[in-house]
Structures are given as C-alpha cells and as structure tokens.
Ligand binder design. Sequence first.
Ligand code: AMP
Ligand code: MG
Length: 351
Amino acid sequence: MKKYLQKITVGALILCFLCTGCASKSRVHHSMDTAMGTIINQTIYVSGGMGTAETISGEILSCIETLEKEQLSWRLESSLLYQVNASAGSSEAFPLGSLLGEVLEQCKKVYAASDGAFDFSIGRVARLWNIDEWAAVNGDGESISFVPPTDAQLAEALAFVGGDRSVVEGEYVRLPKGMQLDLGAVGKGIALDEIKKLLEQREEVTGAVISVGGSILTYGSKPEGGTWNVGIVNPHDTAQSLGTLRLTGQWCISTSGDYERFIEVDGIRYHHILDPRTGHPADSGIRSVTILTKDGLLSDALSTACFVLGVEEGLALAEQFQAQALLVDTQGDIHMTTGMEQYFYLSNSEK
Ligand code: AMP
Ligand code: MG
C-alpha cells in the first residue's frame, strides 16, 4: 500500500471515460440514456456495420431496464426484491431464482468480510433518509424540506438491520419480520455483470466501455489499440479529474463518493453512504473510493464497504478480495493498494 502525501489539486472519481482517439467512424457507436435512475453512457466497437452497434446498444439499455423492473427495485411491485421484502416475517422461504440467489450469496460474503460495513439489509434505515428523493430534487436544482431522522427513529430502524439474520439457502431466502433489503449499493455493478454476459454473446463486438452511473465496464479493445482511459473525479472539486486508470481488456470500476448524492440542511451536509453501526452517513474520513476488479457486483459492494471502513480497513478489505482500491481522504490525500499503482496516472503526471 502506498500513501501519496501530495495534496490533490484536481480530482475525485468520475464515471466518465476518455476515448483517446476513435476508430473509423463506421465501426463505433456512442449513446447516452437514463435508466436505473442514473445516466448510461455506451461506446461500442463492432466488426459489422453501424446498425449492429445500435441494435446492441438498445439491447444493453433494455437489459438494464428489465433488471431494475423485474429483479432489483425495492420500490416497484413488479420486482423480485419487492416481493422478497414483502415476504419478511413469513415462515416460508421465498424462491429467488438464479440471479437474485447468486447476488444475495455474494452480498453475504462481502457483508461478512466487511464486518457489516456493507449491509444489504439496510433498507429500513435508507428509507428514513429518503435518499432517492434528494437525487431527484437536487437534480432539478430545487430544494426540498428534508428533516433528518432522529436518533430514536434510527435506533428503531436499526433493530431491523443485520444481513447475517437473513437466511439464504441456494435460491431461497427467509427474512426476519421487518427486515427490508436494499441493493442500491450493488445494482449498478450487477448491471455491469449482466451487460458483460450479453456482450460475450455478440461476437461482432470487439470492444466497449459502458458506464452505469458510477460503475464502468471496459471490454475487449479499441480497433487502433491503446488503453481504455477511465477518469477519476476529484471529490474535492468534482469539475476536475484526479487522474486516470489506464486499462486493457475487461474490467469493472466502481466509485462511491460523498458528492454523488447529498443534501444540506441547516448548514449540515448529509450524504448517501450510511454507516450501518449508527444509521448516520459514514464519517470515516473518506471522500471517495474507487475499486478495480473483474467483477461488477464485487467492485460496487466493495466501494461502499471501503467508504464506510476508512483507509486502513478499506485497503485491507480490498486486498482480501484481490481487488485494487484508491481512496481519497478528507485532507485530499490519495491512498492505494500496491496493485493499483500500475494502473493509476495522476493528472498532469507522466509517471
Ligand atoms: P453506492 O453509491 O454504491 O456506495 O451505494 C449507496 C446506496 O446503497 C445508497 O443510496 C443506499 O441505498 C445503499 N447504502 C447506503 N449505505 C449502505 C451500506 N453501508 N451498505 C449497503 N448499502 C448501503
Ligand atoms: Mg457501491
């Protein structure tokens, strides 16, 4: 692990990727859409014609929409997660299907390894903070009358939180009464895993970079060669880039930052990454965490967990999963796993 003592003048983690020179125009397709409550950017290189790239881009978008509607949304009655939550307290185990069964198995692993810093059963507490509402309203530039939950309300909700009390057996789950799952911390990463499977079935795709909010998938290569350059936003000045990850082939990159969703009330700034021990926004001295792994769900779960844990424990957790991590603290210092150093280029540095 290496600590960069240099003060950051530019940068947190971004969801933006920099395409250094593009291939022949007829073989690359760019698009920007919204789905899963966030922005979806796609760049797809194909060996066939433009029609093919556009079709695949449409398939990816509907894959994300279907995932949200049928599996992951806590809010839509049509989703499996909604029905799982409705089953809490039942003595009957609820059938999950293979996707959600696998997702919850993985979530339990990260829950256990992070000592509950990543807790997929945080739903009751997350609802009290009304995070989705901040995003919608802040996005319109308006303010809402938001009253933070009281300690008593948080304590009451925390009694229903604790991922180890959910029972996952194969493709079945049983939740204790009152528990509500929330997959907001991993949804975008799960989307990347599903997109990766889709791309693998389309042999005409030679390369792609897809961002789903703060999670990015790189796949294949650019026709002209060179690296995928994924920019990381400076959390201390989100208009600026902190640096770039230079990558080849398939990777998943997820960032959790306190600038992504927040609200200010009476001069106090509340962000969306919650500490399951207190129910309050995590206060671990971190402004953003970027995780680099091959797996989307893991990158997304770890970015949230490391944010809650802080520098020392966060770096150790990432290494436990053979993932690379880059954390920016409240002082502007950068902390990385040793393996991250070969990929990260600080802005304005040649290395
Ligand atoms: P992310 O931006 O990936 O870090 O995910 C944050 C979202 O995950 C929040 O909007 C909540 O819905 C949920 N969340 C917040 N804190 C946690 C936590 N400690 N563990 C699991 N999910 C969380
Ligand atoms: Mg996450």
